[in-house]
Design a protein around this ligand. Structure first.
Ligand SMILES: [Zn+2]
Ligand SMILES: [Zn+2]
Length: 148
């Protein structure tokens, strides 16, 4: 049981760290043509950039399938990546970008720091010169009091 929880947490943390690196070096690199659809105004409910979420979701499902028989670390890593994906969707797509208008953005408090960081990432909307590539793994400065 402890092992299961541990691998779920590892899957979650790994996904944020890998996501940070993939976003910084690949999406704002050779995959910019796909990722830029998230940085520019889009028509319709989907963006080309959604292929990345689909891909990560596919990896999570594949891990859960291969680990299902034994319920081993692969299964729980897949669960961790899935939990991360749900948090990412909820926080990035629903709260920050409001792709579905379920909730308002937080105006202040702890979560506002993450919103600020991601808004700073979107500030120039260009391939180079952006900041805050992680969603939860962001510089501390965004949490300092007095920032809007
Ligand atoms: Zn970006
Ligand atoms: Zn965004």
């Amino acid at each position: 049981m402890l092992e299961a929880v541990m691998f779920v947490v590892i899957g979650f943390v790994l996904m944020e760290l890998a996501g940070w690196a993939i976003h910084k070096f690949l999406m704002h690199g050779i995959f910019w043509n796909i990722h830029k659809t998230h940085h520019t105004a889009t028509k319709g409910p989907f963006e080309k950039n959604d292929v990345f979420s689909t891909l990560f979701g596919g990896i999570a499902i594949a891990l859960m399938i291969v680990g299902y028989g034994e319920l081993d670390y692969r299964f729980w890593l897949g669960v961790g990546i899935s939990v991360y994906g749900m948090c990412y969707f909820f926080f990035h797509d629903v709260i920050i970008h409001r792709r579905v208008k379920w909730l308002k953005r937080p105006e202040n408090g702890f979560w506002r720091g993450f919103v600020r960081a991601h808004q700073a990432h979107h500030a120039n909307n260009k391939k180079k010169g952006s900041e805050a590539y992680g969603l939860f793994f962001v510089p501390f400065k965004y949490f300092k009091a007095g920032r809007k």
